[in-house]
Design a protein around this ligand. Structure first.
Ligand SMILES: Nc1nc2c(c(=O)[nH]1)N[C@@H](CN(C=O)c1ccc(C(=O)N[C@@H](CCC(=O)O)C(=O)O)cc1)CN2
Length: 314
């Protein structure tokens, strides 16, 4: 029987990101006192509007925290070879501690080759196979550059005192950016983890076993109330844009604020979890304002970590 008196906690990603950024700012002060300024190079290819927004936000946050940053914005027609030359030059510069290649890249660019061209010690996105391998092998946190969104999820759980050890976690989604790394992190934190995806049979039944359910499948409202164990922690990684008024009404019935926002902007954002499922949960990350907010904070944290690790030879 569900506990009808159970209170649902909203896990405020913006507040947690604020705490992390304040900690990073203090570390930057310490780095400067020690004689160096952590530096991030951001590579943005072409003119994808969402990527432009994310990159602008990354550069702005660097400025706020005292991290040096520079942007490289080759045209969408750039070749893989030209990008490899750019990465090689950034790899070689001492004042650059982190290199970030904003994804997605244009179709003609060889994304794998580029991600592997970043030297692992400057791979602040944690996408290089060496860093993925370190994460998988359970190397200590302080020695791993881990992908930012999953690292942010672990911070949300830790800072919200949500126990992970011994719990059942289900991850829906198997991307290299979120699904696989968050599964590895949850295993490293001693959870029992199941990874589901679009071909999983009996997904609802598996999801209902989860104490911690991570939805990262990229489908609006995919996780319905029937898939949720009452009291579970729901982590919503999806960012999907609804542009159809009927869909907005379906997912946000009688929600005046959503309706108004939708009419003003012509769209509204929803995660991979149907908001109706949140009421059943013990705690959940909202969209927007949940996990997404952590991505940039963890990038800042990784940049300072990379700067420290490189200088200490780790
Ligand atoms: N090189 C990388 N590319 C991409 C990454 C990444 O981590 N590294 N992740 C995403 C995009 N991304 C950062 O780059 C990112 C996504 C979402 C947010 C965020 O703050 N989301 C808000 C909602 C925003 C909205 O309303 O659209 C939230 O969830 O509250 C920040 C960064 C793909 N590419």
């Amino acid at each position: 029987m569900p506990d009808l008196d159970m209170k649902t906690r909203v896990l405020d990603g913006v507040a947690i990101a604020g705490e992390i950024k304040a900690e990073v700012a203090r570390e930057v002060v310490a780095a400067r006192e020690a004689g160096y300024t952590p530096g991030l190079a951001v590579v943005l290819v072409g003119d994808v509007p969402a990527s432009q927004i994310y990159v602008r936000s990354k550069v702005k946050t660097c400025g706020e925290l005292g991290i040096y940053s520079e942007m490289h914005t080759p045209d969408a027609s750039v070749t893989t070879e030209e990008l490899l030359e750019l990465i090689a030059s950034l790899n070689a510069r001492d004042e650059i501690d982190g290199i970030l290649i904003q994804l997605p890249l244009p179709k003609h660019v060889d994304t794998e080759r580029l991600l592997e061209a970043v030297v692992p010690e400057k791979d602040v996105d944690g996408f290089h196979p060496i860093n993925a391998g370190r994460l998988l092998s359970g190397a200590p946190d302080a020695q791993v550059l881990a992908p930012c969104t999953p690292a942010g999820i672990m911070e949300v759980l830790r800072r919200s005192d949500i126990p992970v050890s011994g719990k059942r976690a289900v991850v829906i989604g198997r991307s290299n950016i979120v699904g696989k790394p968050i599964a590895a992190m949850l295993i490293n934190a001693s959870a029992t983890v199941t990874v589901c995806h679009s071909r999983t049979q009996g997904l609802a039944e598996i999801a209902r076993e989860a104490d911690i359910l991570v939805a990262a499948i990229g489908r609006a409202g995919f996780v319905t109330p029937e898939m949720v164990k009452p009291g579970a922690t729901l982590i919503d990684v999806g960012i999907n844009r609804l542009t159809d008024a009927a869909e907005v009404e379906k997912f946000f019935p009688n929600n005046e604020a959503r309706r108004e926002g939708f009419l003003k902007r012509g769209s509204t954002v929803i995660g991979d979890i149907d908001p109706a499922a949140f009421a059943l949960s013990g705690a959940y990350t909202p969209v927007p304002g949940g996990v997404g907010a952590l991505t940039i904070a963890m990038l800042m944290s990784n940049t300072v970590k990379a700067a420290k690790m490189r200088r200490s030879g780790k």
